[in-house]
Design a binder for this molecule. Structure first.
Ligand SMILES: C[S@@+](CC[C@H](N)C(=O)[O-])C[C@H]1O[C@@H](n2cnc3c(N)ncnc32)[C@H](O)[C@@H]1O
Length: 355
């Protein structure tokens, strides 16, 4: 994490308000941009004393660290190329509730790796992969090029010109890169440690630059493809955190939850948390294909009513004092899982203004 990012953040626990966070830095370095980078250490909330680790440059700013480590400790410590020091491994183990089952670790690591590589393709290589060898894919990509999720986001950022943003569910950082290129200081937030590590490698070149990714062909076979990220490292940083808790001390111009609201256990809480971090007159960009994966029906934005999800999202926003500034509920989002498995989502995109 950049040292300058620390001043923007707050404790995820509600009661702590905007009390400052203090870093005990164990390892530091300087980024290519000249900014100070905190590689390893522990961040403490001045109000509650809650402690949050910085591992391999990634701050884990989660309220329930023990629960997170139960599922992620194995993934974090098995990152041998960029792994934590022995001291940090010990610190993390002392916070984890129980020993981690290595089989679980290997499986989750493999799944995470597949997922992260698919998103690297979707965020940074989506216009070209397979287009030269498959006319069907080339046609679909060409048809979508000027109206897909990325083009739509670009148009909206041109209209709203935010100078500060929170990209919740940032994954490997495509949207944050787009914002950073416009000089908008963006913090990307994701619960996936590997995604945040990879986003920082791709955009900030730390702890090591990421110059290629795996485009899976079939089974475990993949093509190593070059990765070109058009972002401005001076204007982006990424942390592990949850969109369900407040993370920034001062509201930002733009909060984004792109393809996230149908995945969190409490979508209404995500909306409330985003609003509370958006400046008055600022914007919220919410997009979703409404898969509602793992979300009980009673928690959908429309609840158990027959209301269509796009209507329910607009109603939920309006009831909270938001104004719909731009909308299109049929935005294509085409991305590749492997060469014979492309996904075409039809995403609802809403830009709200906080009045
Ligand atoms: C479907 S992906 C969307 C990623 C990216 N925004 C995009 O559209 O390509 C959802 C992302 O949200 C992350 N995520 C899930 N729950 C989250 C939460 N509570 N807070 C922040 N990120 C979360 C996942 O790890 C994943 O990277």
């Amino acid at each position: 994490m950049k040292r300058s990012t620390l001043a923007l953040l707050r404790c995820p626990r509600d009661n702590c308000g905007t009390a400052p966070l203090t870093a005990d830095v164990w390892i530091a370095t300087v980024l290519d941009t000249g900014e100070d980078e905190l590689v390893e250490g522990v961040v403490t909330c001045d109000a509650c004393g809650g402690a949050y680790p910085i591992v391999c440059g990634v701050l884990v700013l989660l309220d329930d660290l023990a629960a997170y480590l139960r599922d992620h400790l194995g993934v974090i410590t098995s990152l041998t190329a960029h792994g934590p020091s022995d001291a940090m491994t010990g610190w993390l183990a002392s916070r984890a509730p129980a020993a981690v089952d290595p089989r679980h670790v290997n499986r989750s690591m493999k799944l995470e790796d597949r997922y992260v590589n698919a998103f690297l393709g979707a965020h940074f290589d989506h216009r070209t992969t397979d287009a030269d060898t498959d006319p069907l894919i080339a046609g679909l990509l060409a048809a979508n090029a000027t109206r897909d999720l990325w083009s739509t986001a670009t148009t909206l950022f041109d209209r709203t010109t935010p100078t500060s943003a929170l990209d919740v569910g940032s994954s490997v950082g495509g949207l944050s890169a787009l914002l950073s290129r416009r000089g908008c200081a963006t913090v990307g937030v994701d619960t996936s440690f590997l995604s945040v590590l990879v986003a920082r490698r791709a955009l900030l070149f730390t702890p090591h630059p990421l110059n290629s990714y795996r485009a899976y062909r079939e089974g475990d076979l993949y093509d190593e493809r070059p990765l070109t990220v058009e972002g401005d490292p001076r204007y982006a940083d990424f942390i592990v955190g949850s969109g369900l808790t407040r993370l920034v001390r001062d509201p930002v111009d733009l909060t984004c939850a792109v393809n996230l609201i149908d995945l969190v256990p409490d979508p209404a809480r995500l909306l409330d948390t985003l609003i509370s971090q958006t400046a008055e007159g600022g914007h919220l960009l919410i997009t979703s294909p409404y898969g509602w994966s793992g979300v009980p029906r009673s928690r959908w934005l429309g609840g158990t009513s027959d209301e269509a999800s796009p209507t329910a999202l607009r109603a939920a926003g309006t009831a909270r004092g938001l104004k719909v500034t731009w909308e299109n509920d049929r935005v294509p989002w085409l991305w590749r899982d492997y060469s014979r498995f492309w996904r075409l989502y039809i995403v609802d995109v809403v830009l709200f203004t906080r009045t």
